[in-house]
Design a binder for this molecule. Structure first.
Ligand SMILES: Nc1ncnc2c1ncn2[C@@H]1O[C@H](COP(=O)(O)OP(=O)(O)O)[C@@H](O)[C@H]1O
Ligand SMILES: [Mg+2]
Ligand SMILES: [Zn+2]
Length: 266
């Protein structure tokens, strides 16, 4: 893909587990480590990145030569999302083929400027968008986000199986909302249980890249357009993201030496 060195998908089987939150913070952590980073929001029905990056409604990407769009810039990242292109309330009623078409256009018509990493914030599930991505571009790896409870793990398994089927290496699992941390009194509770990430990592011979607590600040900061990594760079949450970023950067460049791995068959 023009202007992009490594493509990393952030995915899960299930919605609401924190893919978008992890995507934006991981992107910012990679950026803080000196990489040039872009975010492509592939969630056509429910794009989150405009809000999480603090891009105001109605801001549109500029057009460039050759029928291309320039990504928007936010917090030093390059970003493209359906939310920058259309009124997303209209997109809610699109049929499958239109959604795939829109995604393909974002994939092929965005003019990324010399990126080390393009992180793709995937929609939930294992459907058309996921297959389109694996077929159209060389994905270096996938980060699977899950919460620790059984029902989310079930969906995370489906996600891992799907990436395996299309020969996209799974770089590891991020266990989100691992432990509830009360910002008032500091007490902690494992609301969604514990150990789920380990279980699934073991089952698929992959690693837990990091564990993130369920905290008010993660949600407030992400949802207000100033994610933890830029708002609280010294917090333990930001340190966890930095650690995840290092592992992702390392395993992606390591897998490169194995040669191209993408193939697809029905
Ligand atoms: N560790 C966390 N602690 C608290 N809130 C979180 C955490 N991770 C995500 N959230 C919040 O949960 C909601 C869903 O997260 P999101 O990243 O949009 O999930 P997904 O992209 O998987 O649907 C968002 O409001 C987000 O701010
Ligand atoms: Mg999302
Ligand atoms: Zn408390």
């Amino acid at each position: 893909m023009d202007g992009v060195k490594y493509i990393v998908a952030v995915a899960s089987g299930k919605g609401g587990v924190g893919k978008s939150t992890v995507t934006v913070n991981l992107a910012l952590a990679l950026s803080a480590q000196g990489y040039r980073v872009g975010v492509l929001d592939a969630d056509i029905y429910g794009p989150s990145q405009a809000q999480m990056l603090g891009v105001k409604e109605g801001v549109r990407p500029q057009t460039a030569e050759g029928n291309k769009f320039l990504p928007l810039e936010a917090h030093g990242l390059q970003a493209m999302s359906m939310a920058f292109m259309v009124n997303t309330r209209e997109a809610m009623v699109w049929r499958g083929p239109m959604v795939v078409g829109a995604f393909q256009q974002m994939l092929t018509q965005t003019q990324w400027d010399n990126l080390d990493f393009l992180l793709i914030d995937m929609p939930p599930g294992t459907g058309d968008i996921q297959l389109t991505l694996a077929q159209k571009v060389p994905v270096s790896g996938a980060v699977i986000v899950t919460t620790p409870q059984d029902i989310a793990l079930l969906d995370a398994r489906k996600g891992i199986e799907m990436f395996r089927k299309v020969n996209v290496p799974v770089l590891g699992v991020v266990e989100n909302m691992s432990l509830y941390h009360c910002e008032n009194c500091g007490h902690e509770a494992a609301i969604f249980g514990t150990g789920g990430g380990d279980l699934i990592a073991e089952e698929y011979q992959t690693t837990v890249l990091g564990r993130l607590p369920l905290t008010l600040s993660i949600r407030e900061l992400a949802d207000s357009g100033k994610p933890s990594v830029v708002s609280e760079p010294d917090s333990s949450v930001s340190q966890t993201f930095a650690e995840i970023a290092r592992q992702v950067a390392q395993s992606v460049s390591a897998s490169e030496s194995d040669g191209p791995t993408i193939s697809f068959s029905e």
